[in-house]
Design a binder for this molecule. Structure first.
Ligand SMILES: [Zn+2]
Ligand SMILES: [Zn+2]
Length: 344
């Protein structure tokens, strides 16, 4: 079958690989009908994942139809499902305490090296371990393209706000309007007093502004003034850092008000980030990091998508066949594409 793998730094390749098989009675094989490219897919592609096995099939955001199941799987063959981006065992101390993103045995689909290898969903078929837990059934009238957002980035954008207790009267700033940042803007636009969405790219600012009148989308150099205007000079109650860059974290820590919270969902790898602890202490700033936890939030987000008109797929810029995955990665890696959905 065809599947997307890493070819050489920053180049994806469409490979012909063996079809997955059931290895454990709790496994299911899913026939993929839609799969999205995520910023996290660019890390192994760029050579930033230590120990990454180049034969690993990429992709952790996918929707499909259950094709084959092991003896212990309750989800029936033929069910339409969205798979959560990471595995969760459901039985370790973290999972039992609803800290599923910290599962002791987690794997991330489409990754190896930092986690045990688990082939991903940018393929015709994918093996899903612990299928009854990983897979969420979706209603017939929910499109693949909308449902695929429940795999990762909608729960992550939501967690950026929900985990820090963001409230209706809050002024929120979101730094970085890539796909995750846009999910945070979309969620915040439903309740916040104001949302300042910050990105250098005009097309991403315009998507953010499309989420409603409460959103003001500005370039990075205008962020301080926009937040000051929205908050009478006090600073944002919650700053979501969704860019995953040290400069964005620097900026977040200056835009937040005293006793405010910086909520980081951008991926960070700097072991030596120079945190100004004196300033943090003086202004009583909270700094929180979140990976996103689909297992904890996917059902209620499904309800919002189905019942309350949440349209995460409004950010999809490119729909392409899996056969064009190499070009799709080029468009996404160069930020010409905001969000790409591939169809096997
Ligand atoms: Zn993702
Ligand atoms: Zn666990």
């Amino acid at each position: 079958m065809r599947a997307v793998v890493v070819d050489r730094p920053n180049e994806a390749r469409l490979a012909d690989v063996d079809e997955p098989t059931i290895l454990d009675p709790r496994d299911a094989i899913v026939r993929v009908t839609a799969t999205a490219i995520c910023g996290a897919d660019l890390l192994p592609l760029g050579g930033y994942v230590p120990g990454f096995d180049p034969e690993t099939v990429l992709g952790h955001e996918f929707v499909g139809v259950v094709d084959t199941v092991g003896d212990d799987v309750a989800v029936p063959v033929g069910a339409r499902v969205v798979c959560s981006s990471t595995t969760s065992c459901g039985t370790c101390a973290h999972c039992r305490a609803r800290r599923t993103s910290q599962c002791a045995t987690r794997s991330l689909f489409g990754y190896s090296g930092v986690y045990p290898r688990l082939d991903g969903g940018q393929a015709e078929l994918v093996r899903v371990p612990n299928a009854d837990r990983c897979l969420l059934r979706i209603p017939e009238d929910l499109s693949d393209e909308r449902a695929v957002f429940l795999a990762d980035i909608l729960p992550t954008g939501f967690a950026a706000l929900e985990r820090v207790g963001a409230r209706q009267t809050d002024h929120v700033a979101v730094l970085g309007c890539g796909p995750v940042g846009l999910m945070a803007v979309m969620c915040a636009s439903r309740f916040a007093a104001s949302v300042v969405a910050v990105d250098a790219l005009e097309q991403r600012r315009s998507l953010a502004a499309g989420f409603g009148g409460v959103v003001r989308a500005v370039a990075p150099e205008e962020a301080a003034e926009a937040v000051a205007e929205a908050t009478h000079g006090v600073g944002a109650d919650v700053v979501v850092e969704a860019a995953g860059a040290a400069a964005a974290l620097d900026s977040a820590l200056t835009l937040v008000r005293g006793r405010g919270t910086v909520s980081v969902v951008g991926a960070h790898f700097e072991p030596d980030y120079p945190l100004d602890a004196g300033r943090m202490f003086e202004h009583e700033i909270s700094l929180r990091f979140h990976i996103g936890a689909p297992y904890e939030d996917r059902e209620r987000l499904l309800d919002l998508v189905v019942g309350s008109g949440l349209e995460p797929d409004s950010i999809v810029s490119h729909r392409m066949p899996l056969a064009d995955a190499v070009e799709a990665y080029r468009l996404f890696g160069s930020r010409v594409a905001t969000k790409v959905v591939l169809q096997p």
